[in-house]
Design a protein around this ligand. Structure first.
Ligand SMILES: Nc1nc2c(ncn2[C@@H]2O[C@H](COP(=O)(O)OP(=O)(O)OP(=O)(O)O)[C@@H](O)[C@H]2O)c(=O)[nH]1
Ligand SMILES: [Mg+2]
Ligand SMILES: [Zn+2]
Length: 383
């Protein structure tokens, strides 16, 4: 079993039974040597602010010589795998992370995070002491719990929004919601329509037309089939070297299968969908980053997400529907919902053919959801 670098780990100092079960958990983790396609330190981009923050942290740390700079490239049942300049190692969280949990917001490391990790001499397990500032962060609100957010990927450049073809209509509402979240965090969205082999030419043209109408000209749409290999090079071209993309979509959408096709071998586990409704069975549980072969970047796989609530994502909404926001500046009422109000310049723009009615409809749905969610989070806010 791995020796700990310090006694002051988040899991340390507890009753023996919990220490023993933690030891079991660590022993059950995939062995580093058995993992393939794990990104190395040089595959990931560190910006100057992050480097400076690491140096500043080391300047105040005990035994700075033990500190290494690394990137979290996997999370298996909560245990981070960290790629440092010198090696790739398992790590746990310093005790501070556990203590502060539940009080103020704590930066628990997510996949993609740059961290300061301590490795004491003679130990093979590191301790993450600090999470460095994030360039971008993709997070989602979980359930109805006030203030509970889950970071899915840090320092992400591109969000690959996956929707499967060949199982009824592509869900435009889901794509729109994903666009808002991607834009909100400052990542570039790309829509990836998977399983094109399940769809005939007419069906494909129809679905592509619907998606195009929704996303407009500014967003790239890629059609792929992991069965025939179609569209794979186009996906690769969305992930240039030193960039990180995250794949986002419902369970069964074909995310892990697409990654395997891009890698050229079965690196990630995949699962059958239910014949009845094409839903997946949440095959992927770990958060895993893989390095694409050749001159390409890194993609983070993630478990399928059923819900993507919109809470306070006004910036993302405005970036996704800029024409609606611009037109709404001339509405008579500040809080115009662009449904029935007199003097609504957004509806006027739709009537004049300047704004697509479909886009306005989707915008209204998402804006209304955000008004409601803001009220349920804070009853004192009435929008
Ligand atoms: N026909 C066809 N089937 C596909 C394609 N891609 C994936 N599938 C099938 O879709 C099912 C689900 O694929 P996964 O890759 O496990 O889906 P996932 O999005 O990773 O699902 P979770 O890990 O549960 O979130 C599997 O049975 C795949 O074989 C494709 O391009 N064509
Ligand atoms: Mg999967
Ligand atoms: Zn209006």
């Amino acid at each position: 079993m791995a020796k700990r670098a310090r006694k002051t780990s988040a899991h340390g100092g507890k009753r023996r039974s919990s220490a023993a079960s933690e030891a079991q958990a660590v022993a059950a983790l995939p062995k580093i040597d058995a993992l393939h396609d794990v990104p190395a330190f040089d595959d990931l981009r560190l910006d100057d602010a992050q480097r400076t923050a690491f140096d500043a942290f080391c300047a105040t740390a005990e035994d700075p010589a033990q500190m290494q700079l690394g990137c979290v490239v996997r999370l298996d049942r909560g245990f981070p795998l960290v790629a440092t300049e010198h090696e790739t190692l398992r790590a746990e969280h310093a005790v501070g992370f556990a203590k502060r949990r539940g009080e103020e917001e704590v930066l628990l490391p997510a996949v993609g995070d740059w961290v300061a990790v301590r490795l004491a001499p003679g130990h093979d397990m590191g301790v993450i002491e600090h999470v460095l500032p994030r360039r971008t962060v993709f997070e989602r609100w979980r359930g109805k719990n006030r203030g509970e957010r889950q970071v899915l990927c840090a320092n992400v450049d591109t969000i690959l929004i996956v929707q499967p073809l060949g199982a009824g209509e592509v869900l435009l509402g889901r794509i729109a919601r994903s666009l808002v979240l991607a834009e909100d965090c400052g990542a570039t969205p790309v829509v990836v329509l998977t399983k094109a082999d399940r769809c005939d030419a007419d069906g494909l043209a129809r679905e592509l037309g619907r998606v195009r109408r929704l996303v407009g000209e500014g967003v790239r749409v890629v059609v792929t089939s992991s069965a025939t290999g179609a569209g794979l090079d186009e996906v690769r071209s969305c992930v240039p070297p030193k960039t990180c993309a995250m794949i986002l979509g419902e369970s069964g959408a074909g995310k892990s299968t697409l990654l395997n096709a891009l890698l050229g071998h079965e690196a990630l586990e995949t699962g059958a969908v239910r014949a009845r409704d094409d839903a997946g069975r949440h095959t992927t549980v770990a958060r895993v980053m893989v390095k694409l072969p050749g001159e390409n970047g890194v993609i983070a796989d993630a478990p399928g997400l059923r819900s993507l609530p919109l809470v306070g994502h006004e910036r993302g909404l405005a970036r996704t529907f800029p024409e609606v926001v611009v037109a709404s500046r001339d509405c008579r009422f500040n809080d115009c919902t662009h449904t029935h109000e007199p003097g609504c310049s957004v509806r006027a723009a739709v009537e004049a053919g300047e704004i697509d009615e479909l886009r306005l409809e989707v915008f209204r749905g998402l804006a209304e959801e955000m008004r409601v969610s803001a009220q349920s989070l804070d009853p004192d806010i009435h929008l």
